[in-house]
Ligand binder design. Structure first.
Ligand SMILES: C[C@@H](CC(=O)O)C(=O)C(=O)O
Ligand SMILES: [Zn+2]
Length: 331
């Protein structure tokens, strides 16, 4: 029986992209392990992985039970919440950082204030995105829900696929229409959707040349330089060759976002607030088998950039040196 879809395509932002569907598989399907072992995305449906979050985590419940501490809230003047690494920004404590105007502001907000600002939001106000690591500030009922996730299923996947340790779980409460622009993480990710709908667009690590990540030293390291709302095809001509995959995750779904896969995640427009909880795992022990996997090559490019910056000191010297090494010799 196919359930009535709870959203429509007018709630999705429009991009100049060709997108295939990410497979949605019932949690007992053995093809899930096949895809995870190939570092390919898959939506796991019908599981109990985050059953208690799907059952309980409404905005009202979280307002009552997430805990009374100040939670981390990002503020943005636009719908985009492009992540940046504060440790790479020039400031009095970080003379080696670079001049950078952050596109978002991080603040601490109690849940009551956050929810009030969400309810009273008007165009022109800063947009809000609560992004709080699950830690000891979280209320007892949420801890109980978290303990009652299907850890047998989760831990089985972690060990079967040789993932490293679980490093953190982030609780995400997003305003409708918010976008986390395209980026990759250096961790395996089980992305659980508890409330509302999020559209996820993913690209494989092999699309590195089409997505133009900022240089490693930049605060926007790992983030694509391409503005999906208004792509600059002069600066980023290969963006038109990016081959993306998409899905709209619904309450109870868990999307496997493989390590080094690019992902752009948006809360549907006019869909109300959304609530997600992710599971980030360090990469496990990996042997270098040839041919190397695409994500291993991305990891190598990062090490080359870091080493060259270490030696050259001045980022402006990295490009010319690489060009002199490659042009006419390796091209
Ligand atoms: C925070 C999340 C994006 C989002 O849900 O807005 C993400 O990038 C991740 O879980 O790796
Ligand atoms: Zn991410």
């Amino acid at each position: 029986m196919c359930e009535e879809k709870q959203w429509n395509s007018t709630q999705l932002r429009r991009y100049d992209l060709e997108l295939e569907q990410i497979p949605r598989l019932y949690y007992t399907d053995p093809k899930i392990d096949e895809l995870i072992s190939l570092n390919k995305p898959v939506v796991i449906t019908g599981s109990n992985i985050i059953k208690t979050a799907k059952a309980n985590w409404t905005p009202e419940y979280l307002e009552q039970n997430i805990g009374n501490a100040g939670h981390t809230v990002m503020l943005s003047k636009t719908h985009k919440f492009k992540y940046f690494d504060e440790s790479k920004v020039l400031n009095k404590n970080n003379p080696h950082g670079i001049e950078f105007t952050p596109p978002t502001r991080k603040t601490k907000m109690k849940i009551g204030e956050f929810m009030r600002k969400l309810r009273e939001w008007k165009p022109g106000n800063d947009r809000l995105y609560l992004q709080q690591p699950l830690n000891n500030t979280i209320g007892d009922l949420l801890v109980r829900d978290f303990i009652n996730f299907d850890w047998e299923y989760i831990n089985n996947k972690q060990s079967k696929h040789n993932w490293g340790p679980l490093t953190s779980n982030l609780i995400l409460i997003s305003q409708e229409g918010n976008v986390t622009p395209c980026h990759y993480d250096e961790q395996q990710n089980f992305f659980g959707q508890a409330y509302g709908y999020k559209r996820c667009i993913l690209f494989p690590p092999s699309d590195f040349e089409c997505l133009y990540p900022h240089p490693v030293y930049h605060p926007h390291d790992r983030q694509s330089m391409v503005d999906f709302d208004k792509p600059d095809y002069t600066r980023f001509p290969r963006f038109k060759f990016a081959k993306g995959y998409e899905t709209v995750v619904e309450p109870g779904d868990v999307l496997y976002i493989p390590i080094y896969w690019w992902h752009h995640i948006e809360s549907l427009m006019r869909g109300g607030p959304t609530i997600s909880v992710n599971f980030w795992y360090k990469v496990g022990p990996t042997s270098l088998e040839y041919p190397l996997k695409d994500h291993q090559k991305v990891s190598i490019t990062r090490n080359v950039e870091k080493m060259l910056l270490e030696v050259l000191q001045d980022p402006k010297e990295v490009g010319p040196l690489l060009r002199s090494m490659v042009l006419g010799r390796y091209t």
